[in-house]
Design a protein around this ligand. Structure first.
Ligand SMILES: [Fe+2]
Ligand SMILES: [Fe+2]
Length: 229
């Protein structure tokens, strides 16, 4: 009985202190600030309440995101590996054929490297459907249908492949940064080696487009113009 009455008294004292501070604020008077210890206690309580309200979805961590990104890119690399032969067959310029063939071999190595990464992390190598790469590859397919037998075939192939390379560069760049932040140095170094290959592949495609492929295709447009004139 006495405990209940003490609790009730301390509760009403707390309420009246809060009401006094509220009234003082409304009247523009300065109020006494909470002490450092009280502020720390308050922020801890807020954090505890916020954590208890979080759903399991919100409790995902950076290492979960890293694992998700690795599954995405593992799925992507396997799809890219399967998509490249069609591009290679349709490519006309020998240097482009050679560059794509070389990058397909690198892609096989990248798949092996990703499997090592999963192993280092103590996870099973498993892909997860990535709609971003599916969309890029589907577009590549329809571009091949539209332009594969035209004079702009090589330019269209480079156009598609560079979209793939840029997708890979952003993904590997993020994965590398996640691994670095989590102190997973071995994972970061593996990813770094793949990232360098992707950047080099993109650069090679860029050089080919700008040094010969685009100009060679543009010549046909010039011929069309002069024939029409
Ligand atoms: Fe790749
Ligand atoms: Fe690539």
């Amino acid at each position: 009985m006495s405990t209940n009455s003490t609790t009730a008294q301390s509760g009403s004292a707390k309420k009246s202190a809060t009401a006094t501070r509220k009234k003082a604020r409304e009247e523009g008077k300065s109020t006494t600030k909470a002490t450092g210890a009280a502020r720390t206690k308050r922020s801890q309580a807020v954090a505890k309440r916020a954590a208890s309200r979080r759903s399991p979805k919100e409790q995902k961590s950076l290492s979960d995101l890293l694992e998700h990104a690795l599954k995405d890119i593992y799925y992507a690399e396997k799809k890219i590996y399967r998509a490249l032969p069609k591009m290679i067959r349709k490519a006309d310029h020998p240097d482009l054929k050679e560059a794509l063939q070389h990058h397909r071999e690198e892609t096989a190595g990248q798949i092996d490297t990703l499997e090592s990464v999963f192993e280092v992390m103590g996870k099973r190598a498993r892909g997860e459907k990535c709609e971003a790469i599916d969309g890029i590859l589907e577009e590549g397919e329809s571009l091949l249908e539209d332009f594969g037998d035209s004079v702009a075939a090589d330019a269209a192939i480079i156009f598609s492949c560079q979209a793939v390379e840029h997708y890979e560069i952003t993904r590997y760049g993020s994965i590398r940064a996640f691994a670095d932040a989590l102190g997973l140095d071995e994972v970061r170094d593996h990813i770094d080696s793949i990232l360098e290959q992707e950047k080099a592949a993109d650069q090679k495609l860029n050089d080919l487009a700008e040094s010969s492929v685009n100009d060679a295709a543009a010549e046909y447009d010039d011929e069309d113009d002069s024939a029409a004139a």
